[in-house]
Write a protein that binds this ligand. Sequence first.
Ligand code: NAP
Length: 310
Amino acid sequence: MSDTVNRQILLVEKPTGKLGPEHFKLSKAGIPEPNDGEVLLKVRYISLDAANRAWMHGATYRAAVEANTVMAGGGWQDFAAVPAKHLSKMPKLEPMTHLLSVYGIAGLTAYFGLLDIGKPRDGETVVVSAAAGSVGSIVGQIAKIRGCHVVGIAGGKDKCDWLVNELGFDAAVDYKDGAVFKALRAAAPNGIDVYFDNVGGDILEACLAQMNNRGRIACCGAISQYDGVPSATGPRGVPGLIVVKRLVMQGFIVMDFMEQRDQALKDLQSWVASGKLKVQEDVIGGLENTPKALIGLLAGENRGKRMVKV
Ligand SMILES: NC(=O)c1ccc[n+]([C@@H]2O[C@H](COP(=O)([O-])OP(=O)(O)OC[C@H]3O[C@@H](n4cnc5c(N)ncnc54)[C@H](OP(=O)(O)O)[C@@H]3O)[C@@H](O)[C@H]2O)c1
């Protein structure tokens, strides 16, 4: 990278089907001049998130990303001029990448979504989907720390073995192997008390049917609906099963909990230090590889938190 050129990845066209490399273009611009009140940043790591794809569908909790603009998600470029008021000083810690994984959005989403929305109690059964991803892998480990029976749902035998053998989950279900409902019944024989939903769709439907009375569903995301045209029909069981089983199903956005961030970081740091919480990061090298890295994340290539080292 030269310090006179700002390489940028542009989203040249919003995808209508699956996201592909043809939707992006590497372009070059001058280094931006910060205006009054702005800070010039040199980008070192870019967080890749499933939500990057969801932003292409339209406005969500943030504005939609538009064609012919620098792709959002921390800004896919070497340099950025950013209003100082949008920045916050992070603690100095090593490795720095943990600020994007366990002490960043992924760790905080797992922490607040599980503990504040899911409210797991000792001995209860917690199920989490996209369990080998950045949020899911932390959810399952926190649920173990809280004394729960933990089941992860993930794609492929390798990921499932890793969840059980390395991260200490009690069981894992490979949703790509078919028969999710039956496998889930075997992995969670006492039913589900808390379901942390990262995916929506058919997996949400299978979990809904196996929820115990007064169970809680934390709606964190719907990755099965992001890449391509979302399915026309919702999961069966809404609202019938919610009524009959007296379920609480609640969505949340991690930003809602930022006032409680210090307590969360304290807990996460102590669990990491004691070895109870393992941090899995998946670092891809080179700004030019960012589109490929996001496409791969949507296809399930990653284990833990995927990011790009610029
Ligand atoms: N509410 C909030 O504030 C908040 C904040 C951050 C993230 N999120 C949500 O959290 C979820 C996880 O996001 P992340 O960025 O941490 O990604 P991630 O979990 O690191 O990676 C995504 C994983 O999803 C799985 N996946 C992809 N397509 C799937 C499908 N059709 N069905 C089931 N699983 C599928 C893939 O693993 P497999 O190999 O297992 O398929 C992939 O590795 C997303 O829904 C995201 O929107 C919400």
